[in-house]
Design a protein around this ligand. Structure first.
Ligand code: ATP
Ligand code: MG
Length: 430
């Protein structure tokens, strides 16, 4: 029989690396709470048309990367339905916003999510078919201030704070404005015209995009196409006065908060729903897959999928890439050490050892439980790897209630009464 392996582009995450994932998620939750965000959990699969309409038919994601299937009807009363594993989470959040009429609260909704996303891409370092995103959205009716440039700046400032607290040094923030949908339509026409004499010199994707969605040409990563892209008209020149002043206000607020950024006129991002502010945080430690996160404003998304007017701004961070960056910065997780290893001296002491472990664990200590069938040498070796201290439990210790404890960092061996054991083990190792 062939051995079964995790599917190409998917991975098992094992300890101790999962400790790093947990630390990242705990830090994100803590920072989001400080900015008054609440968690939303949407289903992992949705109706395919949500992504077709919400993300855009012409995007790489929808045109070639989605895991979709026809879910057949199970009863006469049901219809078969095309379903898709979510390739991103913003469309699902906005669908939920509409479905639960969150706009009718009149409040700005500040929602974050953490979870797996699925795209059929070519797997490589930092690029997987199942990956995890940590993202957030600020969305609401215009009367709640959802269009304000202050919201954009606040989200960017929050991200700068989160990356700093995660210990990710050396990130770079790139921002741009892609304008209103009218600005984009105008710019798309300008770009289409400019691409007519140039497209045939570009990659196959760009030749297609030049016709269907010229804006996406700016997102091309093929090195040979870059000099041509440099010569194309800039979107900044196509913005109307409102979009220009919105962007200027975002920049002014970032300046006031001392958040460093670079204006990048080519940053258009891969999703069709963006309007006005778009941004990306990159990191040099990631190599080719250098984007830690991306996001932007999506003022027309809710209406685009049949909802009320609900402007919003959000981002998605690649959690896998946060992990890689922290590992590159030597901030990866070291194997954890438990507070104590209990070594029963003989199998007859196993029951008493379990009782002692229960007592200590209930007192909040982390404990590894040895087995009395081990020789003392084997117990010491196992304890030295796993724990800061070893607690020896023999017949004498059980009878007298005085336990032998050895601290591996100091080499000191001491006798500790059982009643004081938890407090003794709770002391930080020297
Ligand atoms: P990229 O340009 O790297 O393909 P993208 O523009 O497709 O990114 P988004 O859809 O905006 O990315 O997703 C936001 C973030 O999610 C990215 O910046 C990245 O960190 C992460 N990400 C996207 N696709 C993958 C993937 N296949 N594997 C791992 N992380 C991913
Ligand atoms: Mg991509």
């Amino acid at each position: 029989m062939t051995t079964l392996k995790a599917v190409r582009g998917t991975r098992d995450l094992l300890p101790p690396e999962t400790a790093l994932w947990n630390r990242i998620e705990a830090t994100a939750r803590r920072v989001f709470a400080r900015y008054n965000f609440g968690e939303i959990r949407t289903p992992v699969f949705e109706d395919t048309s949500l992504f077709a309409r919400g993300v855009g038919e012409e995007t790489d994601i929808v045109s070639k990367e989605m895991y979709s299937w026809e879910d057949r009807a199970r009863a006469q009363s049901e219809k078969s339905q095309s379903l898709t594993l979510r390739p991103e989470n913003t469309a699902g959040v906005v669908r939920a916003y509409i479905e639960h009429k969150l706009g009718e609260t009149g409040q700005l909704q500040k929602l974050y999510y953490i979870g797996p996303q699925f795209r059929r891409e070519r797997p490589q370092k930092g690029r997987y078919r199942q990956f995890s995103q940590i993202g957030a959205e600020v969305i609401g009716p215009p009367s709640a201030g959802s269009e304000s440039p202050l919201r954009d700046a606040e989200v960017l400032e929050m991200l700068a704070t989160l990356l700093d607290e995660l210990g990710i040094t050396g990130w770079q923030l790139h921002i741009n404005s892609v304008g209103s949908s009218a600005d984009r339509a105008r710019y798309n026409d300008t770009l289409r015209a400019a691409l007519v004499p140039l497209a045939h010199k570009m990659c196959a994707d760009c030749q297609r995009r030049a016709v269907t969605n010229p804006l996406r040409v700016l997102d091309c990563k093929v090195p040979e196409d870059q000099p041509i892209i440099e010569t194309l008209p800039k979107i900044a020149d196509a913005l109307d006065e409102d979009s220009k002043s919105h962007f200027a206000a975002v920049c002014a607020a970032l300046d006031a908060a001392s958040v460093l950024y670079t204006r990048n006129p080519r940053l258009v991002r891969g999703l069709d729903y963006y309007t006005r502010t778009t941004f990306e945080f990159t990191h040099g430690g990631l190599g080719a897959q250098n984007a830690l996160l991306g996001g932007g404003r999506y003022d027309g998304l809710s209406e685009g999928i049949g909802g009320p007017k609900a402007p919003g701004i959000g981002f998605a961070m690649g959690e896998d890439r946060l992990v890689l960056t922290l590992q590159a910065l030597n901030q990866g997780a070291a194997p954890p050490q438990v507070d104590a290893y209990i070594a029963p001296l003989g199998e007859s002491l196993n029951p008493a050892a379990l009782a002692l472990a229960r007592e200590l664990r209930r007192a909040g200590l982390s404990v590894e439980l040895g087995d009395g069938s081990f020789r003392l040498k084997k117990s010491f070796d196992a304890a030295d790897k796993a724990a800061r201290r070893i607690v020896i439990l023999g017949e004498d210790e059980l009878a007298s209630g005085i336990l032998t404890v050895k601290d591996f960092s100091t080499g000191i061996q001491s006798k500790v009464p059982r009643a004081e054991l938890a407090a003794h083990l709770a002391q930080p190792a020297a």
